[in-house]
Design a binder for this molecule. Sequence first.
Ligand SMILES: CC(C)(COP(=O)(O)OP(=O)(O)OC[C@H]1O[C@@H](n2cnc3c(N)ncnc32)[C@H](O)[C@@H]1OP(=O)(O)O)[C@@H](O)C(=O)NCCC(=O)NCCS
Length: 184
Amino acid sequence: MYPVKLSCAQVELREFTSADIDGVLAVYGDPAVTEHLSFEPRTRDQVVATLNSVMTAAKAEPRTEYSLAAASVATGDVIGFARLAIDAQHPGQSSAQLGFALRADHWRQGLGAETVRLLLQLGFAELGLHRLWGARSPDNNGSGRLMTRLGMIEEGRIRGHIRIGDGWRDSIVHSILEEEWRTA
Ligand SMILES: CC(C)(COP(=O)(O)OP(=O)(O)OC[C@H]1O[C@@H](n2cnc3c(N)ncnc32)[C@H](O)[C@@H]1OP(=O)(O)O)[C@@H](O)C(=O)NCCC(=O)NCCS
């Protein structure tokens, strides 16, 4: 599916363009945002490389990576980075992992919840997937609360999931199934 354009009251998901460098840097360049993520704050050059890579992946056939700008409906500004990555599809599987991060000066205004609602809509209604899941740091209470509020049930802990610095970090997995999303 290309291009993606989905909107809620305050947030729209759209494809990235090369004009979004500063917007993405305001998200991924901020140590407050990456505190619980699997990578260090990104430099401008790294953000340029990220954008080039996601814009190329957006046009792949079949498309398996949906890295999208979460933009303010009111201003059009990038306020976050939203991602749906379709898992390698073994026979009988139909799932994708979600990722999301918002600019720190936009936290606690319901925008993260709107962003993830749009990712669920993309995965279930647009792409016809069966299972969507997210993995968070055990210390990431905001992400846990957000996913739980949207019906993403806490499934358990993946031990030693992510390499951070010279150690390994566990992840807590949340998921929602298509029928749960439809009846929510
Ligand atoms: C996690 C994140 C997306 C939340 O975005 P947000 O816009 O602040 O979330 P919302 O305002 O939509 O809040 C959703 C729910 O989470 C709760 N919440 C948000 N941040 C919280 C925090 N730090 N601690 C506890 N609860 C929190 C809100 O109170 C709300 O719950 P409620 O509906 O019961 O009131 C944002 O903090 C962020 O971008 N963090 C950095 C990147 C990140 O950790 N991404 C997730 C990776 S798994």
